[in-house]
Design a protein around this ligand. Structure first.
Ligand code: IPE
Ligand code: IPE
Ligand code: MG
Length: 250
């Protein structure tokens, strides 16, 4: 059994058992704006450093053998932000997509985008499709980036698709089960996350993975996303491994 210890002053050590890792980790990438404001920088500077933190953590998850990593990068509600901030996030996304298209085959990371891509500009939508198509050929760690994603939006989309299948006569309403409904979600085919991490100090879901998190273990930390390190990830996994998951049983 491989163990790793990480200790920060005043905090419990993160003791990770690498033979019992969660298969799927979800992260709400929160705290970029406050990270920048604390340093007297524009909020957009926080998004840039946050994107670097994402690269580091995604690569590390692949290296330790996490099968699925899903991150919340832009919500259906985030369009309410100032135009300049939204513009910066979209240009960071474009840069990330271009880089990913060049490197994902070499790195064997299946990058997928989840959410309603309709409102993105045509260029971004094209790059997202290209990334998803490359992913179909790969076998490595699957990294899902949620863009213009909302848990309620996802459920409504799924319900609509199911209703359309009913109208088309390919399925009957009484045939719907939890398992078959899962197949209508953006996350079709991906197992539910066992561990959901939210940095940035808030203790809420903010419309993330409402269906999929039914039995996820939640881990909240005040650390702001741009400061999130491998040691923080170890602490979260260690906390998860100390939990007693009962799923309603005794
Ligand atoms: C998360 O960081 C990134 C996005 C929501 C796009 P925030 O921008 O929400 O940072 P805070 O919460 O304001 O610090
Ligand atoms: C959640 O963070 C969305 C993402 C990280 C993409 P927000 O900063 O938008 O959430 P609230 O507004 O604090 O709930
Ligand atoms: Mg926030």
């Amino acid at each position: 059994m491989k163990l790793a210890f990480w200790k920060k002053e005043g905090e419990p050590a993160g003791q990770v058992d690498f033979s019992r890792l969660p298969r799927h980790i979800a992260i709400i990438l929160d705290g970029n704006g406050r990270w920048a404001q604390k340093r007297g920088l524009p909020r957009t500077a926080g998004h840039k450093v946050g994107a670097e933190a994402f690269r580091t953590i995604a690569t590390y998850c692949r290296d330790i053998g996490i099968d699925y990593l899903t991150v919340y990068a832009f919500s259906t509600e985030n369009w309410k932000r100032p135009e300049e901030e939204v513009g910066t996030i979209m240009s960071l996304l474009k840069r990330y997509l271009l880089e990913a298209i060049d490197t994902m085959e070499r790195d064997n990371v299946r990058l997928r985008f989840m959410g309603d891509m309709g409102p993105l500009n045509e260029e971004l939508r094209g790059l997202v499709d290209e990334c998803n198509a490359i992913s179909d050929r790969l076998t490595g760690c699957q990294c899902c980036i949620c863009i213009n994603y909302g848990g309620r939006d996802e459920i409504v989309h799924a319900a609509r698709k199911f209703a359309m299948d009913c109208t088309a006569g390919t399925v009957k309403p009484e045939q719907l089960t939890e398992e078959s409904f899962d197949g209508y979600l953006y996350s079709a085919g991906i197992p539910s996350p066992e561990l959901l991490i939210r940095p940035g100090g808030e203790q809420r879901l903010s419309n993330f993975l409402l269906w999929q998190c039914a039995y996820a273990e939640f881990y909240f930390t005040d650390v702001l996303w741009p400061d999130f390190t491998k040691a923080e990830l170890h602490r979260a996994i260690a906390a998860y491994q100390r939990r007693n998951r009962r799923f309603g049983a005794v």
